[in-house]
Design a protein around this ligand. Structure first.
Ligand code: EPU
Length: 427
């Protein structure tokens, strides 16, 4: 049954929001369980549809696990039933490709269905496959399946990525931990989730240096062991709520996030007239960030999405919603994905003035948006519509809510606690 969300806009959000664990670290961390026969205990795992999809895939492969309880799950891959990640398990989530590297590295063989079509662009996995081929795997694609085998194991080498692909870097990183010899990933993705995955692998016994920079070196080991690991806070969730505070002219305290992971967003928000204050407590590796609007009407700010540490593509739609009520015109350029403006027609239906010119959207601010029926098309597009609904005059219905549940833990509850007039219903 499909779910929708009804939002009566206009209430400033005021209160405290605890930031959940990062979806885009939880997914590769769960896949890393395939690299060892030991117990991998993961903490602060967010309860999200994408996480459930990954858990279903791992159960299908034969990974033993308890329930996800209060953010903790223990996984043991010491007797896999199959090395075949079929279409039914993979089609819902592109992140399923993250099982390929670990399976080939440890079991020397895998069949993974090509991840289903994705709304935000072609998003091939060619770079993942080329890298594994470079490491000695033979790969064929038949009937929509990637068949990979490396009967003698993977062999370390230099891999030069033409694009710093995030999950591609993570797949190579995991594969290289158990390869023979040294692998260097050149032009590696520098996203905090990639560096944190390397931290997890090091705790499991991997030899990795340079993670977090564009050249990562991995010296293969014979085996990895289980460990305990806590997932980083979700910078995209925190950024989304920071924008919500600005949009609704409220004041939010975002608990337990990492300011350094959000610096590009807070720079843009500062120019828009939004203030933030970072609170650090001795002994807490995370920070609390207080965010509020400091200006009557938001200033126009043009942004371009780029790989980390630049402005995150996963915050582009939300920032565009903020610009729909700015005091002028802003240019929003999407450089990472070729089709990530699907929120534009829906925002336009709410009264936004946006025109698309290639990879740039020109947004001319309006005094206000008007609530109406809108359709969520992908995760970040859908949350941008929820944000629009929070600031709009009147009532907004966001349909096809399942996209939001892929990546935002308890979003309606978190927003309601801060005063949002929001209700979920089944249609
Ligand atoms: N690309 C290729 N070939 C490849 C891999 C990537 O052409 O083999 C292209 C893609 O088509 C895209 C660009 O390279 O145009 C960058 O894609 P990347 O591989 O970096 O993206 P991803 O690894 O598939 C992750 C996140 C995305 C996030 C991007 C960019 C996960 C599970 N997903 O995707 O998160 O937008 O990096 O930062 O980590 C989201 O959370 O909403 C989301 C889409």
């Amino acid at each position: 049954m499909l779910q929708s969300m009804k939002i009566s806009g206009g209430t400033p959000l005021v209160g405290t929001i605890e930031i959940s664990g990062a979806k885009n670290l939880a997914l590769p961390a769960l896949a890393a369980s395939l690299l060892t026969d030991g117990n991998l205990s993961l903490h602060r795992v967010p309860n999200l549809e994408d996480v459930k999809s990954m858990l279903r895939l791992l159960v299908h492969l034969g990974v033993d696990m308890g329930d996800l309880m209060a953010g903790t799950i223990i996984l043991t891959a010491n007797g896999l039933k199959t090395l075949d990640a079929g279409y039914d398990f993979v089609r819902k989530m592109r992140g399923s490709i993250l099982v390929l590297g670990p399976l080939v590295a440890r079991f020397r063989k895998a069949a993974v269905s090509l991840p289903g079509g994705c709304a935000i662009g072609a998003r091939g996995v060619d770079l993942h496959l080329k890298a594994l081929e470079h490491m000695g795997a033979s790969i064929t694609i038949e009937n929509g399946y990637i068949n990979a085998s490396a009967p003698n194991g993977l062999i370390g080498c230099d891999i030069i990525l033409p694009i710093p692909t995030v999950t591609g870097t993570e797949n190579i990183l995991m594969a290289a931990t158990l390869a023979k010899g040294i692998t260097r990933i050149i032009n590696a993705a520098m996203e905090p989730e990639v560096a944190a995955l390397a931290d997890l692998l090091i705790k499991m016994g991997a030899k990795i240096t340079g993670h977090g920079s564009s050249i990562v070196t991995i010296d293969g080991v014979d085996s990895l062991s289980g460990t305990d690991f806590t997932i980083l806070p979700d910078r995209i969730e925190a950024g989304t709520y920071a924008i919500a505070a600005a949009l609704t002219n409220g004041k939010l305290l975002l608990k337990n996030c990492k300011y350094d992971h959000l610096a590009a967003l807070f720079d843009a928000l500062h120019l828009a007239g939004v203030t933030h204050q970072v609170h650090r407590e001795a002994g807490n590796e995370y920070e609390d960030i207080e965010v509020w609007r400091n200006i009557e009407i938001i200033n126009p700010v043009s942004i371009q999405t780029t790989p980390f540490p630049g402005f995150a593509t996963d915050l582009q739609a939300q920032f565009m919603t903020l610009m729909t009520i700015c005091n002028g015109t802003a240019a929003i350029t999407e450089n990472i994905f070729e089709n990530r403006f699907m929120h534009v027609p829906e925002l336009s239906r709410m009264g936004a003035n946006i025109s698309i010119h290639g990879k740039t959207a020109i947004v001319t601010g309006q005094p206000f948006l008007r609530g109406t029926n809108v359709m969520a098309t992908d995760l970040r597009a859908s949350v941008s519509l929820v944000l629009a609904g929070l600031t709009a005059h009147g009532e907004t219905i966001v349909n096809r809510l399942y996209h939001i549940d892929r990546g935002y833990e308890n979003i309606d509850q978190k927003l309601r606690t801060c005063g949002a007039n929001i209700e979920r219903f089944t249609v």
